[in-house]
Design a protein. Structure first.
Length: 126
């Protein structure tokens, strides 16, 4: 949706197509550093300006792409997920299923490491 709207805006700005009210609104919002409302409807909630939102979006996209094409990451950027609570719930459910544990007797805990560079984490902590 983002690429289509930007492509259409580019075409409208060079005169290939007419400038609709939606494209005019898109242009004005972006000019003022805001995130277009249509983009916010399909993305996680954010109060960031356009630059921060794009950086966040690209980082989130990179995480999803690596997850899909390589493997589930050893380090998850939780705030980069659309609904982090859903991922955590699924993680507990999958672990309970694979280990034969009772779901209602299980809990999720975290281990905080001193390492700040995700590329240096080589394995998951079970």
């Amino acid at each position: 949706m983002i690429s289509v709207s930007l492509f259409d805006l580019k075409r409208a700005l060079v005169g290939e197509i007419g400038m609709s009210s939606a494209l005019d609104s898109l242009s004005g919002t972006m000019f003022n550093g805001g995130v277009p409302a249509d983009w916010l409807r399909i993305a996680p909630q954010s109060l960031k300006n356009l630059v921060g939102w794009i950086e966040h979006f690209l980082r989130r996209y990179k995480q999803y792409k690596a997850w899909d094409e390589v493997e589930e990451p050893k380090v998850i950027w939780l705030s980069g997920l659309h609904i982090p609570a859903s991922y955590l719930t699924a993680l507990v459910q999958m672990t309970c299923r694979s280990k034969g544990w009772a779901l209602d007797k299980s809990t999720l805990y975290t281990v905080v490491l001193k390492e700040r560079d995700p590329s240096k984490i080589t394995k998951r902590i079970d």
